[in-house]
Design a binder for this molecule. Sequence first.
Ligand code: HEC
Length: 142
Amino acid sequence: MRPIIFTALLALPVLPALIACTDPAGEMQVMPTRADGAAFFAQNCVSCHGEDGRGAGIDSRKLSSKPVDLTTLSAQNDGAFPAARTLSYIYGDTRNSHLSRVMPEFGPDMAEDLVPVEIDGVLTPTPRELAGLLVYMESIQE
Ligand code: HEC
């Protein structure tokens, strides 16, 4: 009898862990990290904004307007990172193409995988790529 009881007790703490692993909803809530944002930035933004985000990317000389120095977004906004404005500029306005704008819109290529992000105090469903970019861009502010 004794060995059987012992085995049953040992198995108990494993059960919740197994349930957590197989729960698809739980999997969706894994939030993107600074490293995810940095990887997206390296692939999509460095050519214009430069590796350090200061605007001297390899393509910046060919552009009619200069890419913004992304390390000074907070400094130019009284020290607070302008999350809502920044994210919507990157995402773009999919109903209305900006002919005057040099920077491409990234919204159409973003996954439909939305994660909850607190923007201006409100939990906002945000494309996963943008959520990662937000963490990364906040981290490079001067
Ligand atoms: C083709 C070059 C190019 C690429 C690629 C690019 N940008 Fe830009 N970006 C610009 C230019 C130029 C501006 C200045 C405004 C304009 O003309 O669109 C700008 C402006 C911005 C702004 C300023 C918005 C504001 O509030 O003034 C942000 C933030 C930004 N870019 C972030 C990014 C991020 C993040 C990526 C990658 C996902 C990216 N950019 C990719 C060229 C680019």
